[in-house]
Design a protein around this ligand. Sequence first.
Ligand code: SF4
Ligand code: SF4
Length: 93
Amino acid sequence: MVKVVPPVDNAKVPLTKPVEGVGGKTGLWRTMYKPVVDSSKCTKCFLCEIYCPGVCIVVDPVKGATINYDYCKGCGLCTDVCPVKAISMVPEE
Ligand code: SF4
Ligand code: SF4
């Protein structure tokens, strides 16, 4: 089970952005399910942005979480750490 620890100060957490590597964009690894954010539930807590191993979620303080599918691998970790279950894994179309 994942233990969620809220950040002390979101503004001071250093984050990087994904770039295309020699194997292409990591979103190509995602084959079955993708995460979808229900913005009506999102509380802008930033946990999904911090815990996403692909660094492909950005949380806007007003608009909430958005996912960069070019780099999302579909691991589902964001669904586990979201405290209000605002992210669901849905089948790829
Ligand atoms: S499924 Fe994994 S890679 Fe994709 S946004 Fe969620 S935590 Fe990041
Ligand atoms: S973890 Fe959930 S509530 Fe928090 S910013 Fe991400 S989607 Fe929104």
